[in-house]
Design a protein around this ligand. Structure first.
Ligand code: FEO
Length: 394
């Protein structure tokens, strides 16, 4: 796609990865983009690059506006290779001696990714760079979501280059929020749930800091997906809401099953939750990708996990999901466990232990059923659902 002028003299020069469907274990069912931005000023400046295989496409996009050799400064807001993989090729074209601005951790991390003696210019939090007509301010956003992450802000114009923050894995010809409308929000939510959830407390602090600074934000330009230009406060408010993780009357019943017994239990629990006015959905782990399940977990008050016992342990997809969820550190959740077994039946105990370790409030006891659930067993599932519903906010 050709460059797009997003503000006077500032261009999107990124690339679209239409067919990526797995982004380090996150299912990107609608592809993604790697956004890079070119600021035409007395000092021509490139903000971020793209994934390595797309470096020549980025250079061709830049070439539509200016010869890449004329770029004066390169800024790397984030070291992860979807934004830095193209950096060696870009620096080779732009000039290996050109100043490369990044955070101090950025310098450390880029040096560990690429053995290149680039002309690093590490910047402080609040550091500024004058381009001629414009001045940029750098904001360290350590651990949002890497130690090197930072934002770059265009003073006076209210444009924030936010690296992964406020991004979405969404491939489309649209470049702005108003061109997609509400349909972009599920992508933004999924991105938050899978990439940023564990840093929610830092996000709340960052929003407070930006509010205290009185920073006016007219446009947010992330490194993935569309640019927020219509009402950037909408996505900021959504980030605050998602970060606060206030429990809602919603439950995710996530499970796997071998011979449909644990599935029958999941459906009994979900139906009974529904009868108690809980927004409940049973999600089977071999048909629902973990990254989609965790998106549902984000605003759920309860996570009810079902696993058959396989070889004295958890069913593998359930282990996978629990490991993934544990890493993302969701807060303020109620947890419960259920599952069918043949002869040993350890799974419910193992799930409960995992949920306890994640800080969930456990509804005890979980429901264990040998082989196939009968009416009495399904009643026990419904009782568990009632207890979960009673513990959720009204
Ligand atoms: Fe889009 Fe953290 O990389």
């Amino acid at each position: 796609m050709k460059p797009v002028e997003i503000a006077e003299g500032i261009y999107w020069v990124g690339v679209i990865d239409w067919n990526i469907r797995d982004f380090h274990g996150y299912s990107t069912y609608q592809g993604s983009t790697y956004n890079a931005y070119l600021i035409m000023d007395d000092k021509i400046t490139l903000i971020d690059t793209v994934k390595k295989p797309f470096a020549d496409e980025l250079l061709a996009n830049i070439g539509e506006i200016v010869d890449p050799k004329k770029i004066d400064y390169v800024i790397s807001n984030h070291t992860e290779m979807d934004h830095s993989g193209g950096l060696p090729r870009v620096m080779h074209k732009v000039g290996e001696d050109k100043p490369l601005y990044c955070s101090k951790m950025g310098q450390k991390n880029l040096s560990r990714h690429f053995a290149q003696a680039w002309n690093y210019r590490p910047v402080e939090d609040g550091g500024q760079l004058n381009l001629g007509k414009r001045t940029l301010t750098f904001m360290e956003t350590r651990m949002l979501h890497w130690p090197d992450s930072m934002f770059t802000y265009v003073n006076g114009e209210g444009i924030l280059f936010s690296s992964d923050g406020f991004g979405q894995h969404y491939a489309g010809l649209e470049r702005f929020d108003d061109q997609v409308g509400e349909a972009i929000m599920p992508h933004a939510k999924k991105y938050f749930a899978n990439i940023l959830l564990l840093y929610a407390p830092l996000i709340l602090k960052l929003v407070d800091k930006v509010t205290e600074m009185g920073l006016s934000i007219r446009m947010i330009c992330p490194d993935h997906g569309i640019i927020w230009r219509t009402d950037p406060s909408k996505i900021i408010k959504a980030y605050v809401d998602w970060s606060e993780q206030k429990p809602r009357r919603k439950a995710v019943v996530v499970y796997d099953t071998m011979w449909h017994s644990t599935e029958a239990m999941a459906e009994a629990i979900a139906n009974a939750l529904g009868e108690e006015g809980v927004d409940a959905r049973p999600l089977q782990l071999r048909t629902n990708h973990r990254s989609n399940v965790i998106t549902e977990v984000l605003d759920a008050g309860a996570v009810v996990v079902g696993s058959p016992t396989l070889n004295n342990g958890l069913f593998p997809t359930v282990s996978d999901f629990l490991t993934y969820m544990k890493g993302l550190k969701p807060k303020n959740k109620i947890g419960a466990a259920f599952g069918s077994y043949g002869w040993s039946g350890e799974a419910v105990k193992l799930v409960t232990k995992e949920l306890e370790e994640m800080g969930f409030s456990i509804i005890e006891p979980g429901v264990r059923v040998q082989y196939v659930p009968d009416d009495k067993a399904l009643d026990a599932c419904r009782e568990l659902a009632k207890k979960i519903a009673a513990a959720l906010p009204k």
